[in-house]
Ligand binder design. Structure first.
Ligand code: SF4
Length: 462
């Protein structure tokens, strides 16, 4: 493949994309979910890595300039972030700028999706800039559940894995606190200000004590944050229709890319819950268990005893990992829920059971579509009044999700909206959101009327 610097060797995908020792380097992290990304950077800093969260979306024009338009939108956004950041660093440091200092962080997935190709594609583009060729792209993969082996020394990698999982769950819970409180706050802005301070505080706590894996102080802080946030609610304000967001993880979590859809829905009268980040991590573990079970069955048929012993050990490790995640996730949610009725998270097993029961889709197909379809059904079951599917324009799993959910929810009378994004502003976006919120309010009204009718009937009968 030709480039501005001559021919491109595919060896670069091995030599400059993968796992490298990041000690002594500046790790450049793309911003995705505002709270989650900040806490993840703090986890790296807890191990002495100079992790920096790059400014996001300011380089979108660059991201679009160096792509053809057929790529997934998150690939363009993150490409723009890294190019913009490196160019700014070059301007700031002048002759002191050295690419040897930086490592760019771009995880991947080993599923059928194009996410596994972002880092290779971005390697090709970075290589077109002679001054950026030396910046390696460091990658964590779903293949080993985003283990940090190869980046950090082995004894630190397993601690990092546990710490970053807890940080992700804390980020989910903080987001849920904001979404539960902000629509009802007594004074505009008080929830956001509170959370801004809280995130800074938690990030510095993670940085200073995270590597000890003593989570007591973090749990206590989460509880205090929830308690204080609960006092912001004006109890005279009636409960709004609840809107559940599903879809592609980057788009639904990245406010710039989704044009702040959560705040827009709140402005038009909704209370919103977005699918969690923890859901994806738990899904990755769940999928690994399923794949390992399949390997076990094959080995059983072949009567391969050596393989059976090996796979059994792997299965045991994975089940321990799943149990650990479940335990840690429940701990953090429980502490917040002592003071505030935030939306709890569903388990991946419950989503799979829901899909199997309705014969709608199967986890065997893979990708996020199963999570989005199952997650939407879970919202409906929990009494939400509308579902929004947020995704990059042309996203393959989200398009499948839209094809299944739209007729299904229409039949059930649940308001549903597809919200695809590609960086352009659709002229009818506000009208679509307002109309959807109007339908969700109607749904809430009829649901309440039905509940009141049932309660009256019950009183008459008893
Ligand atoms: S989930 Fe969608 S946006 Fe993400 S890589 Fe797959 S097709 Fe692209």
């Amino acid at each position: 493949m030709s480039s501005e610097t001559g021919s491109h060797s595919f060896d670069r995908f091995q030599s400059s994309v993968g796992r490298f020792d990041i000690s002594g380097k500046t790790l450049l992290i793309p911003d995705m979910a505002p709270i989650g990304a900040r806490l993840l950077a703090a986890c790296f800093r807890a191990f002495g890595v100079d992790a920096v969260l790059m400014k996001t979306y300011e380089g979108l024009a660059l991201g679009k300039e160096y792509t053809s338009g057929k790529e997934c939108f998150p690939c363009q956004v993150t490409l723009g972030d890294i190019l913009h950041h490196l160019k700014k660093e070059q301007e700031r440091l002048g002759s002191d700028f050295s690419t040897k200092k930086y490592v760019y962080f771009m995880p991947e997935a080993d599923g059928p999706c194009r996410f596994g190709m972002y880092n290779k594609m971005q390697r090709l583009i970075l290589d077109r800039f002679p001054q950026f060729r030396e910046v390696p792209i460091v990658s964590l993969s779903t293949g080993d559940a985003y283990g940090a082996g190869g980046l950090l020394p082995p004894h630190q990698a397993s601690i990092f894995r546990k710490l970053s999982y807890v940080a992700v769950i804390i980020a989910d819970v903080l987001d849920r606190i904001v979404w539960r409180v902000r629509p009802y706050e007594r004074r505009a802005g008080m929830t956001d200000n509170h959370m801004e301070e809280a995130v800074q505080m938690l990030a510095s706590m993670i940085e200073s004590t995270g590597a000890t894996l003593d989570f007591n102080l973090l749990h206590q802080k989460v509880e205090e944050i929830a308690l204080q946030a609960s006092s912001f609610i004006d109890r005279r304000k009636p409960r709004r229709p609840r809107i559940g967001i599903v879809g592609e993880i980057y788009l639904r979590s990245h406010p710039d890319s989704n044009q702040n859809i959560i705040r827009c829905l709140e402005a038009f009268g909704g209370e919103v819950v977005d699918a969690s980040l923890g859901e994806w991590v738990n899904f990755v573990t769940f999928e690994r268990i399923k794949k390992t079970r399949r390997r076990w069955k094959l080995a059983w048929r072949r009567k391969d005893h050596a393989q059976l012993r090996l796979i059994l050990r792997q299965l045991l490790d994975l089940e321990i990992e799943r149990g650990y995640q479940f335990w840690r996730q429940s701990q953090v949610y429980r502490r917040a829920m002592r003071h505030l009725d935030i939306q709890p998270d569903h388990t991946i097993g419950s989503i799979e059971r829901r899909l199997q029961r309705d014969h709608l889709f199967t986890f065997d197909i893979g990708t996020e579509a199963a999570l989005s379809i199952g997650g939407a059904l879970a919202y409906v079951h929990e009494g939400f009044d509308g579902i929004v599917n947020v995704f990059p324009f042309t996203c393959m799993p989200s398009t499948i999700c839209a094809a299944v959910l739209k007729p299904l929810l229409h039949r059930e009378g649940i308001p549903y909206l597809d919200a695809p994004y590609d960086g352009t502003t659709q002229p009818n976006r506000e009208v679509a959101l307002r109309t959807f919120m109007y339908q969700a309010k109607q749904h809430l009204e009829s649901r309440k009327a039905e509940e009141n009718g049932r309660a009256t009937l019950w009183r008459v009968k008893h």
